[in-house]
Design a protein around this ligand. Structure first.
Ligand code: ATP
Length: 229
């Protein structure tokens, strides 16, 4: 079993403002792990560190066994980290097909497989991505990440702000990816959907890991205390 993520005592911040004070977590190949916590607790910052979009100031961060401290963001992407950032960024003036093509790296994923996962994209191949609906843009953002043939897919708030029916399509896609054995790190607010797909959860509070365990062990005591639901 390959350990895709091994994070120990991670600290990071934005200029003088420290945001992470000690994040520790692991993710093994084939696992789906949910990174949970209230707003502003450090989930996105952790993901930025994993992707090397933000340098960490302390602790250690290994991706597929490699210490990433000296690596650039593109190098980490080549190690197999496929990030779908918050806000579903695509190249707005490009078509769906172009967005997918520019992301492509050799491997098992191609446009046909992305369209099998999200059939709506098939109908929109020639459409410029800025004119897609929010849900379609999110599907495209996930499709772009898959075209890089990641070993680890990271989804940051992939269903935020979307209509319920579209959310369901995206969750169905995520469940299919899990069934195919893809390793996934996800941030989302829907406990119900997380419970349906994640193997384990990691809870962060004020920049530190405060709990991690099997998703089945995430009872009301923990969700009340750390997630405010
Ligand atoms: P959310 O669900 O609201 O996105 P989060 O758990 O992902 O929350 P982060 O976005 O990681 O939280 O934020 C962690 C802390 O870092 C917060 O205190 C936030 O205000 C701060 N922070 C985030 N981005 C920046 C930035 N670009 N500049 C300065 N501080 C930031």
């Amino acid at each position: 079993m390959t350990r895709l993520l091994e994070i120990e005592g991670l600290t990071a911040g934005y200029g003088p403002v420290q945001a992470l004070f000690g994040i520790s977590m692991t993710l093994d190949e084939g696992e789906v792990v949910a990174l949970m916590g209230r707003n502003g607790m450090g989930k996105t910052t952790t993901i930025r560190c994993i992707s090397r979009l933000l340098p960490h100031s302390g602790g250690s961060l290994r991706v597929a066994g490699q210490d990433v401290a000296a690596l650039s963001a593109p190098r980490v992407a080549r190690l197999g980290v496929g990030l779908v950032p918050e806000g579903r960024r695509c190249f707005a003036p490009l078509t769906v097909a172009e967005n997918l093509t520019v992301a492509a790296r050799p491997g098992a994923w191609d446009m046909a497989r992305v369209c099998a996962l999200f059939p709506r994209l098939q109908e929109r191949m020639g459409q410029v991505s800025r004119t897609l609906s929010g849900g379609e843009q999110q599907m495209l953002a996930i499709g772009r990440a898959l075209m890089t043939n990641p070993r680890l897919l990271i989804l940051d708030e992939a269903t935020e702000g979307l209509a319920p029916v579209v959310r369901q399509e995206i969750w169905a896609g995520v469940r299919q990816l899990k069934a195919e054995g893809l390793s996934i790190l996800l941030v989302d607010k829907s406990l119900k959907e997380i419970a349906s797909v994640a193997d384990r959860a990691v809870i962060v509070e004020r920049g530190s890991t405060v709990w991690q365990g099997q998703i089945a062990a995430l009872g009301p005591d923990l969700t009340d205390r750390y997630l405010g639901v």
